[in-house]
Design a protein around this ligand. Structure first.
Ligand code: NAD
Ligand code: MG
Length: 382
């Protein structure tokens, strides 16, 4: 049966690779909704090729350009962030791929879940900010949240046919990022140009910086807690520079399952879109002889304190992950714009966590307010 996909953030790294997957399987998938923030040139190209029923450009100043390029095609053009949730909740959409960056992905994802759409989740910040609320809404609406993040796709695949109660712990693998071998001194001088050279994955700017600070692994630990219903003590991170073992699960009897493959996001994207089926893929195959050694080491928490911060935040709960996420978004943006250095990002996050209002049992409004408060605080610390 044809699955009609709405893509939130179709012009980004995940969005583009998802469209490649859709193009390779025209009998299985169609792209019904495409959305972007401001990259209207790519959005127009995608719309002319994939013929969705609607496109959204959230930056209002780009609407005119999209409207005139798509005139006469019958494709509905909308603008502004407020319509994102509505366009992916229509009857013409079966599944929503959340591939926007940051907190901005939360509201449209909630709308899609309330409308009963299956979710292929790339936007990990949604679960970091409001994992309790989002997973509860998903249960209430019989919506399955299928992981796109490669580590979570790996764990999901390892858990197939298993009982969650039989899981002792999981390891999320980390490439270690571009600064794995940097000394503390060298790290202090690292620039965003250095950080954007990721050794194994080619991704959007925000997640690439998060990978360089290891905050990405902290976000992924929190994402895993909510996706798989785990306790913080059951979640560990191991550095594996080859990025071939995508994550592992240890079961109560001592048996370990791992999922392996070449680092290629099209694989987890395709699995989330096609689940529970597996579709043929002509992606390059892994060769054991080309990778005679797969290595593992502990993350260095002294050089990469953001991972420790995130693990603590996960343990303490409440709205702390929401606060941390907002501060991190501000810090990464500041780093990308030369307004803070590498360790400045950690300072901004720590100070914001210290000052922002703690809420033990937060609801949606609390999360929105916490995000706002934390962003203002973080900006004042840049
Ligand atoms: P990206 O920056 O390449 O693309 C982001 C997309 O979202 C673009 O289409 C952009 O126009 C849109 N967008 C961004 N901010 C927006 C806003 N405020 N309002 C409306 N649209 C907005 O990002 P990416 O690397 O594709 O990552 C997307 C998400 O997937 C992130 O949450 C990231 O953590 C996660 N993820 C990415 C990868 C990867 O390989 N890139 C892997 C795992 C998880
Ligand atoms: Mg990942």
């Amino acid at each position: 049966m044809m699955k009609r996909i709405g893509i939130l953030g179709s012009t980004g790294s995940i969005g583009k690779q998802a469209l490649e997957v859709i193009a390779r399987h025209p009998a299985q998938f169609s792209a019904e909704v495409l959305t972007a923030r401001s990259n209207y040139t790519v959005l127009i190209e995608q719309a002319l090729r994939f013929r969705p029923s609607s496109v959204v450009i959230t930056d209002e100043s780009c609407r005119e350009a999209v409207q005139s390029a798509l005139a006469g095609t019958g494709i509905e053009v909308r603008s502004g962030s407020s319509c994102l949730g509505e366009v992916v909740s229509g009857d013409n959409v079966d599944m929503v791929l959340t591939a926007m960056v940051g907190f901005a992905g939360l509201m449209p994802t909630i709308c899609a879940i309330k409308a009963g759409k299956q979710i292929a989740l790339a936007n990990k910040e949604t679960l970091v900010v409001a994992g309790d609320l989002v997973t509860q809404l998903a249960r209430e609406n019989s919506v399955q949240i299928l992981p796109v993040d490669s580590e979570h796709s790996a764990i999901f695949q390892c858990l197939a046919g298993e009982r969650n109660a039989d899981v002792e712990k999981i390891w999320i693998t980390a490439s270690g990022g571009p600064f794995r071998a940097f000394s503390a001194d060298k790290l202090a001088k690292a620039t965003h140009t250095d950080a954007l050279k990721h050794p194994t994955w080619n991704m959007g700017a925000k997640i690439t910086i998060d990978s360089a600070t290891l905050m990405n692994k902290g976000l992924e630990a929190i994402e895993a807690k909510w996706l798989f219903g785990l306790e913080p003590d059951q979640i560990d991170v191991v550095v594996h520079p080859q990025s071939v073992v995508h994550s592992l699960v240890l079961f109560l009897d001592g048996s370990i399952k791992a999922q392996l493959g070449l680092p290629d996001m099209r694989l987890p994207i395709q699995y989330a879109l096609s689940y529970p089926d597996r579709l043929p893929g002509s992606f390059p195959r892994f060769s054991f002889t080309e990778f005679p050694a797969l290595t593992f080491e502990s993350p260095d928490l002294l050089r990469f304190p953001n991972l420790t911060i995130a693990m603590e935040v996960m343990r303490k709960g409440g709205n702390l992950a929401c606060i941390m996420n907002a501060a991190n978004e501000v810090a990464v943006d500041a780093f990308l714009n030369d307004r803070t250095g590498f360790s400045g990002m950690t300072r901004i996050i720590e100070k914001t966590l210290e000052k922002a209002t703690f809420i033990e049992n937060a609801g949606l409004i609390d999360y929105i307010e916490s995000d706002f408060e934390a962003r203002s605080l973080a900006l004042s610390f840049v």
